[in-house]
Write a protein that binds this ligand. Structure first.
Ligand SMILES: C[S@@+](CC[C@H](N)C(=O)[O-])C[C@H]1O[C@@H](n2cnc3c(N)ncnc32)[C@H](O)[C@@H]1O
Length: 275
């Protein structure tokens, strides 16, 4: 694979752990930072892992942007999920290349992008949002990552139902996920995974009640904490600041309605955690 950087290549300019920028290389463009100007044309022909020196003599390294880097630079008209939550979400939804997924709501498209990146190239994400402005912003964000082709954005109220049937997974991130649980049940394949993200436990209680009513099983709720470490020889310790709360993830699996009526589906809720 040719490692050379060319016009149009996305590059992560890394100064230090707190200061990094995502740029698109162009022949006659300057990139201004408080540490000096980078002539982006100078990057053409270099390799990832090389360096560039700014007009003020500061060194920046040319790194290959990961999806995680790109998500950090998404425009965010809405609250988004953080990488710590997205990581577990992708695994617990059981996502693989080739799967079809329904999501509500799209928001800034951060989770949409992460799911699309996992199910591409044969799989697809059908993402619903009630707000056209958010859909347009998500569309721009997804286009920048090259993932838009794996996504269909639908401006529609998820409470009115989904057009898709027999999908492999459903993800809900909206204010009242409990209102959409029956619709999610209808569009999911039997035995498949649903996940929901909510910032408050009041929302989680209502969502879990709806999941039990609908006959989902294997229902679990968790919250994740991520604590960064400051590593300095002889005095390494946790960073003083952390994001203490983002939200709760709830996971569940679909049992067919006729089966749920006769079984003890609800009894399987949160008996033990596998996380
Ligand atoms: C917190 S944002 C989702 C953020 C997204 N997960 C991300 O990481 O970028 C919640 C979204 O749900 C949408 N929404 C709320 N109620 C909805 C409904 N009934 N149907 C579809 N979308 C809805 C809102 O417009 C908003 O964009």
């Amino acid at each position: 694979m040719d490692q050379r950087i060319g016009v149009g290549t996305s590059v992560l300019l890394w100064l230090d752990n707190r200061r990094k920028w995502l740029v698109e290389v162009a022949e006659d463009k300057e990139f201004h930072t408080h540490k000096g100007i980078v002539q982006l044309g100078e990057l053409v022909g270099k390799q990832f892992g090389d360096k560039v020196v700014t007009s003020r003599g500061n060194t920046m390294y040319l790194l290959r942007p990961s999806l995680c880097d790109r998500l950090a630079f998404f425009e965010r008209p809405t609250q988004i999920l953080y990488p710590k939550d997205i990581g577990l979400l992708l695994l617990r939804l059981g996502l693989e290349s080739g799967m079809n997924v329904v999501e509500a709501g799209t928001g800034s498209g951060v989770v949409t992008a992460a799911i699309a990146n996992t199910v591409k190239p044969q799989g697809h994400v059908y993402s619903y949002d009630i707000n056209l402005e958010f859909i347009r912003k998500a569309e721009q964000n997804l286009a920048k990552t090259g993932l838009l082709q794996y996504v269909t954005l639908r401006c529609s109220d998820a409470r009115e139902g989904f057009t898709e049937f027999d999908v492999d997974a459903v993800f809900l991130d909206l204010g009242d996920p409990w209102s959409v649980v029956p619709q999610a049940h209808s569009c999911l394949k039997g035995g498949s995974n649903l996940a929901s993200f909510s910032p408050t436990l009041n929302q989680v209680e209502k969502t879990v009640a709806a999941l039990r009513r609908e006959g989902f099983v294997d229902i679990e709720t968790c919250e994740l904490f991520l604590r960064n470490m400051r590593i300095e020889e002889g005095r390494s310790r946790p960073e003083s600041r952390m994001i203490s709360h983002t939200g709760y993830l709830t996971f569940a699996r679909k049992v067919r309605r006729e089966v749920a009526k006769t079984g003890n589906a609800a009894a399987h809720c949160n008996k033990e955690s596998r996380v």
